[in-house]
Write a protein that binds this ligand. Structure first.
Ligand code: NAP
Length: 211
């Protein structure tokens, strides 16, 4: 497959690229500043802004699928949903399926289905609230979009660099919590889940993964 990864130099994007290259896919890696993290075979680096549809359309057009994994700077979180809408607009024009790696914010709490994670201080301390709310808005932007083919992947509460264990669990719209009581996954195993979903689409619009 030809996979376009937007947000390619980030924690998630870089691992998605590694996993895609490992599986033999051709990758076009996009971020605004070009600081390739690896010289993996089959990776082409292009500098572009996710908010620039004219730059994205030819890249989307050349891809079989695309992954959006951008995190905006603190203070700019409110721009995440509009930026995502612009990417969805471009992806709709080129009929390219888009997998959005978003946040845990729009997931339901495990013991309180009526309470979103973004509103649950047990999982989202005040310092993370802006990004959690932004990810909830981002999923709403996907749901409102009239023409794009999208999938929204919510990580568990904790997502950090770690080990590629090769295992993870899948869920729908409720936060996954491991048997040790933690809601977590390594960025390496999240990338595995991203590639599994790209290779074998589940048809789920909103899904989550975790240990
Ligand atoms: N538990 C959770 O819910 C959780 C935890 C962590 C991350 N996440 C989510 O995972 C996703 C990826 O996060 P991350 O931690 O990998 O982010 P990150 O490490 O901060 O990387 C962000 C990436 O996005 C790129 N980027 C930012 N603005 C861009 C723009 N306008 N156009 C193109 N590229 C842009 C950055 O490169 P340039 O600056 O060079 O453009 C960089 O490659 C985000 O949706 C984030 O909210 C969720």
């Amino acid at each position: 497959m030809k996979i376009l990864v937007i947000g390619a130099t980030g924690m998630v994007g870089s691992r998605v690229i590694d996993e895609a290259a490992r599986r033999g896919h051709a990758v076009t890696a996009v971020s605004r500043s070009l600081t390739p993290h690896a010289d993996a075979a089959g990776v082409e680096w292009v500098a572009a802004d996710a908010g620039d549809p004219d730059a994205l359309k030819p890249l989307l057009s050349a891809a079989d699928v695309a992954v959006l994994a951008v995190r905006l700077a603190p203070g700019s979180e409110h721009a995440l949903a509009p930026t995502t809408t612009r990417v969805l607009d471009a992806a709709a024009t080129t009929a390219t399926p888009l997998l959005v790696v978003g946040g845990a914010g729009p997931l339901r709490s495990p013991d309180r289905p009526d309470l979103l994670i973004a509103d649950n201080p047990e999982y989202v301390p005040a310092v993370w609230r802006a990004i959690a709310v932004a990810s909830t808005d981002q999923l709403e932007a996907c749901r409102r979009h009239p023409g794009a083919e999208w999938t929204y992947l919510s990580p568990p509460a904790l997502l950090a660099p770690g080990e590629r264990t090769g295992t993870y669990r899948r869920g729908a719209d409720t936060l996954l919590v491991a048997s040790d009581g933690r809601s977590h996954i390594s960025a390496e195993d999240l990338a595995l889940a991203v590639l599994d979903e790209l290779e074998t689409p589940s048809g789920q619009r909103h899904l989550t993964v975790g240990y």
